[in-house]
Design a protein. Structure first.
Length: 159
C-alpha cells in the first residue's frame, strides 16, 4: 500500500506543480506554440469531465472523485493490490484523481494545458493528472491480464 500512496503523492504533486506553472506563465488568451501545427500549451479551465461531458458539474464530479478514491481503498484487495503492476496502476489512478480533485475544490475547475491538434482538429486539452489516470487504467488492464494468464498457465501445468 505504501507504493500506491507514494506514487499517488508524486503524481498529484507533479500535476499541481505543472498547473501552478501554467497558471502563472500561460495567458488564457495567448496559447504558447511548442510544435507549430501539432502541440501548444494553453490555460483552459474545465468544469466538466473528459471531452466536455458534464460541463458545469464541477462539484458533483469532485464529490464523485472523492467517492471513487474511497471505493478504491475499501476494495483494494479486489484489485490485485499484491501485484506490483496493479500497485503502480492504482497509484497513477489515485494520484490523477487527487490532482484533478484539488483543482475542482480549489479553483472551481480543472486546469487543462496540453493541447494537441492537426489543423483545426483538436484532441481535448488535458493535464498530467488525466495522463496518469489513462496510463494507470491501461497498466491495470495489462497487469491484470498478465496475472490472470500466469495463474491459468500454472493451473494447466498441474493437470
Amino acid at each position: 500500500m505504501r507504493r500506491v500512496v507514494l506514487i499517488a503523492g508524486l503524481i498529484a504533486l507533479a500535476d499541481q506543480l505543472t498547473k501552478w506553472l501554467v497558471l502563472r506563465l500561460v495567458d488564457p488568451e495567448y496559447p504558447v506554440a511548442v510544435i507549430n501545427g501539432l502541440f501548444r500549451l494553453v490555460n483552459w479551465g474545465n468544469t466538466g469531465a473528459a471531452w466536455g461531458m458534464f460541463k458545469d458539474w464541477n462539484i458533483q464530479l469532485g464529490v464523485f472523485s472523492v467517492l471513487i478514491v474511497i471505493a478504491l481503498y475499501l476494495f483494494r484487495h479486489s484489485f490485485g493490490i499484491h501485484l506490483v503492476g496493479c500497485q503502480v496502476a492504482l497509484g497513477l489512478i489515485v494520484g490523477g484523481i487527487a490532482g484533478n480533485s484539488i483543482d475542482r475544490f480549489w479553483h472551481g475547475y480543472v486546469v487543462d494545458f496540453l493541447d494537441f491538434f492537426v489543423g483545426e482538429h483538436h484532441w481535448p486539452a488535458f493535464n498530467v493528472a488525466d495522463s496518469a489516470i489513462c496510463c494507470g487504467v491501461v497498466l491495470y488492464i495489462i497487469a491484470s491480464y498478465c496475472a490472470d494468464r500466469h495463474v491459468r498457465s500454472r493451473a494447466s501445468v498441474r493437470v
